[in-house]
Design a protein around this ligand. Structure first.
Ligand code: F6P
Length: 532
């Protein structure tokens, strides 16, 4: 491995001295080599900082890290989640019926098919009114209660695929801030509202508190006997959901990671509100990306190339951030989804064997939909001292049938501007041409200079459909996995979220006892006193 990382570092050092735009002349096949079609998506990574040699060094690193072998282990249901001894089998959730996935040797596909069939029957029944509320009225709204992976995936799916005027409204509640629940319940009628409580563990404090609040809201109107029709659970702990008072419970298994769970019953609310055919089409799109990921050679493998571009930027060129700009209003939640998928998966500081990493791992991922981000933080992306690679997710058609050229033209212009920049001489000449005198031009030119040579990737789809959304989200899941293989970390646990939860409980018990305990540090004690 050392030799491969050494070659990687040498290639990155060389490429740090080159200009991206010059690479096209140096390598006429650059675009063909660094672009790939997969499952309805087109990826163009030719505006990344790597030369052909840098690109090849990344591929050599992927081979040396046994990406193909580790991919096979994941799809074979081996215990790839080392610290929890679990398989990681989100691809099983979107496989066509009759697949034969095994988790730690146990066949699981029949169970997946059965749950999917139950979900379909329930979704169809709610939509038809056959499954109605306690007072016989059909459901007109769903309140999805969950947080993290029990919220972000379904939320991005709903925003991406929802009709403008849905027959069944879907609202999400995640934050323990009662304002979140209050906003979600405003305007809803308990008699026509279905509450879906989603929690893999059914122990998450925010979700349990919100579930209590939603149940109280229902109970204030509904007969006790009918509550279970309005209050259902989705979890890997069905006993806990039943004990909590959930009526029907749709289960998923522990080999579904929270941030990889949107393909499971976690998205039941979407399956109902969108209609099962839409949800099924999304599953098929993800399955198409799975098929590409397992079969395409590394050099033409979309998730692999996307991962390698990030590793090259982070570890080769010391760029510890990436901005994601979905140029589609319907994908406005994609950056938030990716923050959990990538940063909770790969924001790790020890290797799989527990030894500390000696390189960077996951960068800070952030973003806003385009063109909004251009009017918010792209100033820094263009002229800040640090280089922040950009990722443009572009749909030719987002709402109307005609291509949205003003929208995607901006995305293309941003990638072009980041690559080309504007020299001081060019800036000065423009100022002179606009009437500035030499002194004025000299004074302003540095402020109007763009360094350029800043990398970006374009991920393009003809239209945002259930299938292309499924392919896009699966693309990112597999990219995240490949990065974890290269960084040699466990992408599937999240111990880093536990300490804060424990300390929050201790602070809450201090609050209940009337104030900070003597052991509390002065800063936290003063803050608590001020806030009580
Ligand atoms: O605290 C982090 C986390 O465990 C995420 O990994 C998970 O998606 C989220 O909380 C919600 O967990 P649950 O689905 O068990 O309520």
């Amino acid at each position: 491995m050392t030799d491969h990382w050494t070659a990687f570092d040498a290639a990155a050092a060389r490429d740090a001295q080159t200009r991206i735009v010059d690479q096209f002349a140096a390598d006429p096949d650059r675009l063909a080599r660094m672009s790939v079609e997969a499952a309805g998506l087109y990826l163009d990574l030719s505006k990344q900082s790597w030369s052909r040699a840098g690109f090849e060094a990344c591929l050599d690193l992927a081979r040396a890290c046994d990406v193909e072998g580790r991919r096979a282990a994941l799809f074979a249901g081996e215990a790839v989640n080392l610290t929890e001894g679990r398989a990681v089998l989100h691809p099983a959730l979107r496989a066509a019926p009759g697949a034969d996935f095994k988790a730690l040797g146990e066949s699981v596909s029949a169970e997946v098919d059965a749950v999917r069939s139950d979900m379909r029957a329930y979704a169809d029944a709610v939509r038809s009114g056959a499954e109605a509320g306690a007072t016989g009225k059909p459901f007109r709204a769903i309140v999805h209660v969950g947080i993290g992976g029990s919220d972000l995936g379904p939320r991005v799916v709903w925003d991406a695929l929802r009709p403008l005027d849905p027959a069944i409204d879907l609202r999400f509640v995640a934050n323990i801030d009662p304002r979140d629940m209050a906003e979600a319940l405003t305007g809803l009628d308990p008699e026509t509202t279905l509450v879906v409580v989603v929690s893999k563990t059914f122990t998450t404090q925010e979700t349990l508190a919100n579930a209590e609040a939603a149940r109280a809201w229902l109970a204030a109107t509904l007969p006790a006997a009918g509550m279970t029709k309005h209050f259902i659970g989705v979890t890997a702990a069905p006993d806990k959901a039943g004990a909590f008072g959930c009526g029907r419970t749709f289960a998923f298994r522990d080999w579904v990671g929270g941030r990889y769970s949107l393909w499971s019953a976690v998205s039941l609310s979407c399956g109902i509100a969108l209609g099962w055919d839409v949800f099924e089409a999304m599953l098929s799109g993800a399955a198409a990306m799975d098929a590409h990921f397992v079969s395409a050679p590394l050099e033409q493998n979309a998730p692999v190339l996307l991962a390698l571009a990030q590793v090259f930027n982070v570890d080769g060129l010391n760029r510890p951030a990436r901005t994601v700009a979905p140029y589609a209003h319907a994908l406005r939640r994609l950056p938030s989804f990716l923050q959990q998928l990538e940063m909770e998966s790969n924001g790790k500081r020890v290797h799989r064997d527990g030894t500390p990493v000696t390189r960077q791992t996951c960068p800070v991922v952030f973003g806003e939909p385009g063109t909004n981000g251009q009017h918010a933080f792209f100033q820094q992306i263009h002229q800040g001292p640090q280089v922040v690679p950009a990722e443009f997710v572009i749909a030719a058609r987002t709402h109307a049938d005609a291509p949205e050229s003003p929208l995607w033209s901006n995305a293309l212009a941003q990638g072009q501007a980041l690559m080309l920049g504007k020299t001081g001489d060019q800036a000065r000449a423009e100022l002179i041409a606009a009437g500035a005198d030499a002194a004025g031009a000299d004074r302003l030119a540095p402020h109007k200079t763009f360094p350029g040579n800043r990398p970006s990737t374009a991920i393009v789809m003809e239209r945002l459909t259930p299938a292309t959304l499924g392919a896009l989200l699966a693309l990112y899941e597999h990219k995240t996995f490949v990065e974890g293989v290269i960084w040699d970390i466990n992408s599937f646990d999240q111990w880093g979220v536990e300490l804060g939860k424990v300390l929050a409980k201790a602070i809450l018990s201090d609050v209940a006892a009337g104030g900070p305990s003597p052991a509390l540090d002065p800063s936290t004690a003063a803050l608590m006193t001020r806030l009580m």
